[in-house]
Design a binder for this molecule. Structure first.
Ligand SMILES: [Fe+2]
Ligand SMILES: [Fe+2]
Length: 454
C-alpha cells in the first residue's frame, strides 16, 4: 500500500474506523486497557473560521483492550457515555502529531474532560497513551492546516555572572532582596531542628499496638521516604556545582541549608526505623518498578547530567524532576498520607513532629525550585516546552508510584483512599506548573520579586 496511503479527514466515520483498526492491531493497547470497559466520546470543537461549522463527535466503544465500535456519536450517546473529552482543532492536531502527552493535556485542561473522572483516568495513562499512539498511525487530513508550532530560537546564553570579582567585596554586596536569600534567612531560623531531639517514647508504645497490616503499610510508606531522602541527599550536589560555577552566591548560600536539611531528613527516618519500628530487614522490597524508575533512574540521571551539560535545558529537567516531581508531587503527597493515617488516630506523635519540621523544610526547597525554574523560563521562554514534555513523562511515573503503593494491598488500613491521593498530587502539580508557566510572560527581573508561598 506504500505510496498509495489514503488519508481520512479527522473525526469522520472513515477516520474513526481506521483508528479502531489500528487500535485492534496494537498489542500494547490491548494489555494496557485490559480493565477498561467504558465507551468514550471525543469531540472536535466547532470552528467555523477553519472549515468546522459544527462539532464533530466520535464514539468509541472500548471494552477490555478492544475497540468494538467506532463511529460518529448519535442519539443518546452523549447522555450515556461516561467519558467525554473535547478540544479545539489545534490541540487535536498537536496530539495526533504525537507532540503532546494525553495525560498532561488532560491535567492541564487543554483536553477538556467534559464528563468522567480524571482520577479514574489517571489509572489508565498507559492505555490513553496507546489509544492516541494508534490514532497517530492513521493518515489524517485536516479541514485546514494550521501552521505548525515552531519553537522560538533561544536567546544567547546568559553571561554567567562572568566577572571574577567577588560579590561580597563589590559595592552591591549580597542581594538581600531575592527569594533565595530570603529562604536562606528562613532556613537558619526554622531549619535547625535536631532529629535526635525528638521524643519517640510514645511512638514505641503506639507501634506495639498497631495491627500487622498497619505496621506493614507504615513501613512501606517509610521505606519510600527513606529511599527518597537518601536519593535527594546524594543527588543534589551537581546542581549546587552548576549554581556555584555561575557565581550565584545568594543561591549557593541557600543551597548549603538545602543539602543539610536533606541529610537530616535521611537521618530522621532511619532513626524511626531503628528505634520505633526496630526494623533492620531489607526494605528495598517496597520499592516497586514505578518508584525505581524515578528514584533509581530518572532522578540521578537528570541530576548527574549537569556534570557534563550545565545548559538551561538540563537545569530545567533536573529541577523539574527533583523539586517539582520528587519533592513537590511525591513527598507532599506522602506527608498527606502520613497525616491522614496518624493525625486522625492520634498515633506516633514523634514521627508526626518530625514530619512537621520536614514539611516546613520541603516547602522552602520547593519554593527554591519554582524560583529556579521561573528564572530559567523567564530568560528563555522556549524552555517551557522542554519542561512540559519532561514533566509529562515524570508525572506519569509519579502517579504510577502512588498507585503502586495502593495496589499492593487488598484492604488499605486507616481509611485511606487512592483517589484522595491522586487528586492531591495532581493539585500540587498543577499549582506549581501554573506558577512556572506565568514566568514565560515575565521579564527576568520580575522573578526577583517572587515570594515563597507556592
Ligand atoms: Fe527531604
Ligand atoms: Fe527536599
Amino acid at each position: 500500500m506504500k505510496g498509495n496511503v489514503l488519508k481520512h479527514e479527522i473525526f469522520t466515520l472513515a477516520w474513526a474506523q481506521a483508528w479502531a483498526g489500528q487500535l485492534n492491531r496494537n498489542p500494547h493497547y490491548r494489555s494496557a486497557a485490559q480493565k477498561w470497559e467504558w465507551p468514550l466520546i471525543l469531540i472536535l470543537e466547532k470552528d467555523p473560521a477553519h472549515g468546522l461549522p459544527e462539532n464533530r463527535e466520535i464514539y468509541l466503544d472500548l471494552w477490555h483492550g478492544e475497540c468494538r465500535e467506532a463511529r460518529p456519536a448519535e442519539g443518546n450517546d452523549l447522555q450515556e457515555a461516561p467519558y467525554i473529552i473535547s478540544a479545539p482543532l489545534p490541540v487535536w492536531q498537536e496530539i495526533l502529531a504525537g507532540q503532546a502527552d494525553p495525560m498532561m493535556a488532560l491535567t492541564r485542561g487543554r483536553l477538556k474532560l467534559r464528563k468522567g473522572n480524571l482520577l479514574k483516568l489517571a489509572r489508565y495513562t498507559q492505555a490513553a497513551k496507546q489509544l492516541l499512539a494508534s490514532a497517530v498511525q492513521v493518515e489524517t487530513a485536516f479541514p485546514v492546516n494550521l501552521p505548525a508550532v515552531t519553537a522560538t530560537a533561544p536567546p544567547p546564553e546568559i553571561a554567567s555572572a562572568a566577572s571574577h570579582r567577588f560579590a561580597t567585596t563589590s559595592p552591591g554586596g549580597l542581594r538581600q532582596d531575592i527569594l533565595p536569600m530570603r529562604l536562606y534567612h528562613k532556613a537558619k531560623k526554622f531549619g535547625i531542628w535536631n532529629p535526635q531531639d525528638i521524643d519517640l517514647q510514645r511512638d514505641r508504645e503506639d507501634w506495639q499496638s498497631l495491627s500487622d497490616l498497619e505496621k506493614e503499610v507504615l513501613l512501606h510508606l517509610t521505606a519510600l521516604f527513606q529511599g527518597g531522602e537518601e536519593a535527594v541527599t546524594l543527588d543534589l550536589l551537581p546542581l549546587i556545582m552548576v549554581i556555584a560555577k555561575e557565581r550565584r552566591i545568594e543561591e549557593e548560600l541557600y543551597l548549603t541549608t538545602f543539602l543539610w536539611e536533606e541529610a537530616k531528613h535521611t537521618e530522621f527516618f532511619r532513626r524511626f526505623l531503628d528505634e520505633v519500628a526496630r526494623n533492620h530487614s531489607d526494605l528495598t522490597r517496597f520499592h516497586g518498578p514505578a518508584y525505581q524508575r524515578i528514584f533509581y533512574e530518572a532522578l540521578p540521571a537528570a541530576m548527574n547530567a549537569l556534570l557534563n551539560d550545565p545548559s538551561p535545558a538540563a537545569q530545567a529537567r533536573a529541577s523539574a524532576t527533583y523539586n517539582m516531581i520528587v519533592e513537590g508531587t511525591l513527598a507532599e503527597t506522602g506527608y498527606h498520607a502520613y497525616y491522614a493515617m496518624l493525625e486522625r488516630n492520634d498515633l506516633l506523635p514523634g514521627l508526626r513532629e518530625g514530619i512537621t519540621y520536614l514539611k516546613r523544610d520541603e516547602s522552602r526547597h520547593i519554593a527554591y525550585g519554582i524560583y529556579l525554574l521561573s528564572r530559567l523560563v523567564a530568560r528563555e521562554p522556549a524552555l517551557w516546552e522542554v519542561l512540559e514534555k519532561h514533566m509529562a513523562i515524570m508525572l506519569e511515573h509519579a502517579l504510577a508510584t502512588i498507585t503502586e503503593l495502593f495496589d499492593t494491598y487488598e484492604v488499605i488500613p486507616f481509611g485511606l483512599k487512592l483517589e484522595d491521593f491522586i487528586e492531591y498530587a495532581l493539585d500540587q502539580f498543577n499549582k506549581r506548573m501554573n506558577r512556572i508557566e506565568n514566568a514565560r510572560y515575565q521579564r527576568p527581573e520580575a522573578i526577583d520579586a517572587l515570594t515563597e508561598d507556592d
